[in-house]
Design a protein around this ligand. Structure first.
Ligand SMILES: C[S@@+](CC[C@H](N)C(=O)[O-])C[C@H]1O[C@@H](n2cnc3c(N)ncnc32)[C@H](O)[C@@H]1O
Length: 216
């Protein structure tokens, strides 16, 4: 966890993008959102995907370890915010968005009672293998039945370059979510041509996959 805080302090946030994720835009309909739906964004960083969803009229709950990330999100997007401290979180509030600053594993079902969908970009794949089952089990325990999850993952030969982001293949996704979720692969393709860091490391391929999960 301290590594992430340090990365934010040093500005080493290569995962952060300036434009909304094209797969979110392409596949958002699989979340079957209604007007005013609340979307949970785990390990949210200062993702502009949250701004995209806000501008579409949805409500957002994010969770993020780094206070710097939360502050930068509101300041860079010129959103006025207020702060409330609880035992485990500093919660940043602005209209239709709350970012819980603290550990994902401290969130509970009460915190997410309004949530009907989850958007996971660079959350599952940010975690080392030994934390992933705990992550998916905790996610299962804090969201309601019927909730849908849009999950974006990467898969590449892990022996050729170290993470994060870590490689998570289709069999691993199916195994991680087999208890309690229906899992549909929406798309998977090799995108090495758009990944200079992986090209420089002579990685054979980098597959980008998009899944829609449905909590039973
Ligand atoms: C790879 S970044 C992805 C951020 C964001 N999803 C995006 O697409 O830009 C992962 C983020 O997870 C945060 N993080 C890591 N472990 C966490 C935890 N246990 N609870 C909350 N946030 C965490 C890190 O600080 C980092 O900002």
């Amino acid at each position: 966890m301290t590594d992430w805080i340090k990365r934010w302090q040093e500005g080493k946030i290569g995962w952060h993008k300036k434009l909304p994720n094209s797969k979110l835009i392409e596949f958002i309909t699989c979340l079957k959102l209604c007007k005013n739906s609340t979307i949970f964004v785990p390990l949210c960083g200062k993702s502009v995907d949250m701004l995209y969803l806000l501008e579409k009229g949805y409500r957002i709950i994010g969770v993020e370890l780094s206070e710097l990330a939360a502050e930068q999100f509101f300041k860079e997007n010129e959103l006025e915010y207020s702060i409330k401290k609880t035992d485990q979180f500093i919660i940043y509030y602005a209209p239709n968005i709350q970012i819980y600053c603290g550990d994902f594993f401290d969130l509970n079902a009460h915190d997410l009672k309004a949530v009907s969908a989850v958007y996971d970009r660079a959350a599952l794949i940010a975690l080392p293998a030994d934390l992933r089952q705990e992550y998916t089990q905790h996610l299962y325990s804090i969201i309601q039945a019927g909730c849908r999850v849009l999950l974006l993952t990467l898969n590449y030969p892990q022996s050729q370059i170290s993470g994060p982001p870590f490689a998570v293949n289709q069999a691993q996704v199916l195994s991680l979510y087999k208890n309690g979720f229906d899992c549909q692969l929406l798309q998977c393709f090799n995108d090495l041509e758009n990944e200079p860091k992986f090209q420089r490391a002579n990685v054979d391929f980098i597959e980008k996959a998009t899944y829609c999960l449905h909590k039973k």
